[in-house]
Design a protein around this ligand. Structure first.
Ligand code: PLP
Length: 230
C-alpha cells in the first residue's frame, strides 16, 4: 500500500463500494486527484495508473506542474481560494474552477477566458458550515449567483462545490452534504442544466457519495501527507 498506484486503486475501490451502497452507477463519480504540494513526478505516476483529473490550489505551483506535464492530456481543476489578481492566469490555465463564490470573480474569469478555449467549467462554492473563515455563498444566495454566471458566455455553470467543516459526528457530516445536494436539486428544479456536485475529501468522500457527490476531491489518500498545511 505504499505506491501512488496502490493507493489510487484502494481509493477507487472505496469509491465503487460507496457508490454501490448508495445504489449509484460508479460512472457517475469522478475522482479528482488533489496534487497540491506534490510533484509533477507524483502526478505522472498517477497518470500512468489511469488518473486524468487533477486539482490544484496554488497558482504558481500549478502552472509549473502543467508546464512539466504539458504532453499529457490532463484535465486541470483549480480548487483553491480565488483572489481577483489571480483570475487572468486561472482563466488561461485551467479547465475547471471550483470555489467561485462572488460575481466579481466570475466576471473577471469570463473576461479573461481566451476566445480559442472552451468555456471555463464553473462550480459555485456553497458555505454550509457558515463559519466566518470559510468562503462560499449561502444556500439562499446561490440562485442569484447561478443566474448571473449562466449569462456569462465564456463560463459554463456545472454545479456546486462545498468544503464542509470536519466533524466527528456522522449525522452532522451527512446533514452538511445534504444541504448542498438539496440546494443543487432546487437549482435543477429552477431549470439550470447543471450536473456536478463537487464534495468529499480523503476523510469524508464515502458519505459525500452517498449524498450525491459527482466529483470527489482526494489528496492525501492518494499522494500521502503534505509537507505544508491545507
Ligand atoms: C486540499 C484539498 C482537498 C484534498 O484534501 P485531502 O484531505 O488531502 O483529501 C480537497 N478539496 C480542497 C478544496 C482542498 O483544498
Amino acid at each position: 500500500m505504499n505506491t501512488i498506484a496502490d493507493r489510487l486503486q484502494a481509493v477507487r475501490t472505496s469509491i465503487a463500494k460507496a457508490a454501490l451502497k448508495a445504489g449509484r452507477n460508479i460512472d457517475t463519480v469522478i475522482l479528482l486527484a488533489v496534487s497540491k504540494a506534490h510533484s509533477a513526478t507524483a502526478c505522472q505516476e498517477a497518470f500512468a495508473s489511469g488518473q486524468r483529473h487533477f486539482g490544484e490550489n496554488y497558482l504558481q505551483e500549478a502552472i509549473q506542474k502543467q508546464a512539466d506535464l504539458k504532453n499529457l492530456p490532463i484535465t486541470w481543476h483549480f480548487i483553491g481560494p480565488i483572489q481577483s489578481n489571480k483570475t487572468q492566469l486561472i482563466a488561461q490555465h485551467f479547465d475547471w474552477v471550483h470555489g467561485v463564490d462572488r460575481l466579481k470573480i466570475a466576471e473577471r474569469l469570463n473576461a479573461a477566458r481566451p476566445e480559442n478555449m472552451p468555456p471555463l467549467q464553473i462550480c459555485i462554492q456553497i458555505n454550509v458550515s457558515n463559519e466566518e473563515t470559510k468562503s462560499g455563498v449561502s444556500v439562499e444566495d446561490a440562485p442569484m449567483l447561478a443566474d448571473a454566471i449562466s449569462k456569462l458566455p465564456h463560463l459554463k455553470l456545472r454545479g456546486l462545490m462545498a468544503i464542509p467543516a470536519p466533524t466527528n459526528s456522522v449525522e452532522l457530516q451527512q446533514k452538511q452534504f445534504r444541504i448542498v445536494s438539496q440546494c443543487f436539486d432546487a437549482l435543477v428544479k429552477q431549470g439550470y442544466a447543471i450536473d456536478t456536485l463537487s464534495m468529499g475529501m480523503s476523510d469524508d468522500f464515502e458519505m459525500a457519495i452517498v449524498e450525491g457527490a459527482t466529483i470527489v476531491r482526494i489528496g492525501s489518500a492518494i499522494f500521502g501527507a503534505r509537507s505544508y498545511a491545507s
